[in-house]
Design a protein around this ligand. Structure first.
Ligand SMILES: *[C@@H]1O[C@H](CO)[C@@H](O)[C@H](O)[C@H]1NC(C)=O
Ligand SMILES: *[C@@H]1O[C@H](CO)[C@@H](O)[C@H](O)[C@H]1NC(C)=O
Ligand SMILES: *[C@@H]1O[C@H](CO)[C@@H](O)[C@H](O)[C@H]1NC(C)=O
Ligand SMILES: *[C@@H]1O[C@H](CO)[C@@H](O)[C@H](O)[C@H]1NC(C)=O
Ligand SMILES: [Zn+2]
Length: 438
């Protein structure tokens, strides 16, 4: 169990990796990501009337902002909170506009480059301190996560089997970790994916945490033992591998995949708008340069196609689909694409209600829960709706911490509390599955 504790005996296999990623983060004395975010700000705007919402949308279009929350300008309406990342050369214009109008606003991050570099230097210190053993309280690069999976595959053959379900657009393996005690009988299963959206780094950190906790507590915790004895978990720690890698090397705030488009220079498709369920309708964009671009056709992205094929093939056994995003602090269930109540609403609703209560019991953090359409916004072509329509009865999307203070730059010190509380929610949902829903 060398990978599980923190300051245990040095794990030779991981030392060189730590050094590689230190280099990646500190290329000489140059700035992270070529200093591209110097002077950029993250601002929260709250348009209160229709006119204000209209003016804000126009401003966003002109200034080419990067929307953090919600993920597209179609969702900007009176009363919605919007967090935008605004480039340095646009922030002066935006602030002048805001002072002229009476639109409510708050600067969340004064200088994004400084915020990033502060986070990264803390990360370097934390990595140095825990150079021995695997540290689950830092963000890991794709290479580190894949090596971690291969390592666990070797060291825990009784509980873990790692396999690939295909290749990404750029040719990377799409690894899935199957967790659970091997058994002759066909067991029911839970699918968990993290990192559909590249910049939401706390997602992959949670997927790793889940596996660590499972291995650490399998013997001591009766609930975990029951889960691993009665179920298989298919865990995909990084769904959008190309995008995640790109968010480490080029653009920390990249969201989409990295596929090329024949007619436009923009790369990537929103891997959570590319599923064959009301594809490219409300809440998805047909424009390749938008962050919610639905792609040229459903399942155009090899990552989406690989997962869809896997779920189609195993849908008889898979009882739950859980997808991890950030940030908003919400637990969402179908539908995303329309305002309507799902069949068996009460079973799903009560599972969500109990899960958020369990989550809150740890650190008092409040999650909203409900159908995605009315709780977050309407979006078509999402993985959760697709999984539900395909016949998986319990499908949920988590939007993890926070609610905008750090946004996508959730500090590593918050990985542990975030994952600890989320763990309880996931265990609670899983135990719910093992009982018959009334
Ligand atoms: C800001 O700079 C970028 C690239 O340097 C440019 O594409 C954009 O048009 C500029 N925006 C404004 C408002 O000047
Ligand atoms: C995991 O281990 C099994 C055998 O123990 C092996 O067949 C398989 O290729 C391994 N998976 C990966 C991704 O290396
Ligand atoms: C699930 O959470 C509820 C509280 O919301 C609690 O009463 C119940 O015991 C939890 N179940 C498990 C298995 O954790
Ligand atoms: C509703 O729940 C029942 C019992 O668990 C199940 O047989 C049925 O397939 C479910 N229907 C849907 C639409 O999920
Ligand atoms: Zn997301």
């Amino acid at each position: 169990m060398k990978l599980l504790g923190k300051p245990r005996s040095p794990t030779a296999a991981f030392l060189p990796l730590c050094l590689i990623s230190l280099k990646l983060l500190q290329p000489g004395h140059s700035h992270l990501y070529n200093n591209r975010y110097a002077g950029d700000k993250v601002i929260r705007l709250i348009p209160n009337t229709k006119d204000e919402a209209y003016a804000v949308k126009k401003m966003y279009q002109q200034l080419k902002v990067d929307l953090w929350q919600p993920s597209s300008i179609f969702y900007v309406s009176a009363g919605t909170v919007t967090d935008v990342h605004i480039p340095q050369n646009g922030s002066r214009a935006l602030l002048a506009f805001l002072r002229e109008t009476s639109i409510q606003y708050k600067i969340l991050i004064e200088d994004l480059q400084k915020a990033l570099e502060k986070g990264s230097s803390l990360q370097t210190q934390r990595r140095r301190r825990s150079a021995s053993g695997y540290n689950y309280e830092v963000y890991h690069s794709l290479e580190e996560i894949q090596n971690w999976m291969r390592h666990l595959n070797k060291t825990h053959p009784g509980l873990i089997h790692v396999f690939s379900i295909g290749k990404s657009y750029e040719g990377r393996s799409l690894f899935v970790l199957k967790l659970g005690r091997r058994s002759q009988a066909h067991k029911r299963a839970v699918w968990i994916d993290c990192g559909i959206h590249a910049r939401e780094w706390v997602g992959p950190a949670f997927c790793q945490w889940f596996v660590k906790e499972a291995l650490l507590t399998y013997r001591s915790d009766p609930t975990m033992r029951k889960m691993l004895n009665h179920l298989y978990f298919y865990i995909m720690p990084v769904f959008n591998v190309d995008g995640y890698h790109f968010s480490w090397t080029n653009d920390r705030f990249w969201r989409k995949t990295r596929s090329r488009n024949s007619r436009f220079r923009c790369h990537g498709v929103d891997a959570n708008r590319n599923w064959r369920v009301k594809w490219c309708d409300e809440g998805a964009s047909m424009h390749p340069c938008d962050d919610t671009y639905c792609g040229p056709f459903p399942e155009s992205e090899p990552e989406v196609k690989a997962v869809a094929n896997f779920l189609r093939k195993h849908k008889k056994h898979i009882r739950a689909y859980l997808s991890f995003h950030s940030y908003a602090q919400m637990l969402l269930y179908p539908y995303s694409y329309k305002y309507a109540t799902i069949p068996n609403f009460s079973c799903v609703e009560s599972a969500a209600h109990k899960a958020v209560n369990a989550l809150r019991s740890v650190h008092g953090v409040q999650y909203r829960y409900g159908p995605a359409s009315s709780t977050l916004y309407v979006s078509s072509g999402s993985s959760m709706d697709w999984a539900y329509k395909t016949g998986i009865p319990y499908t949920f999307a988590f939007e993890l911490r926070d609610t905008g203070h750090f946004g996508f730059l959730l500090p590593e010190t918050l990985i542990k509390p975030t994952c600890t509380e989320t763990m309880l929610a996931v265990k609670n949902i899983t135990m719910h599955l093992l009982k018959k829903c009334p």
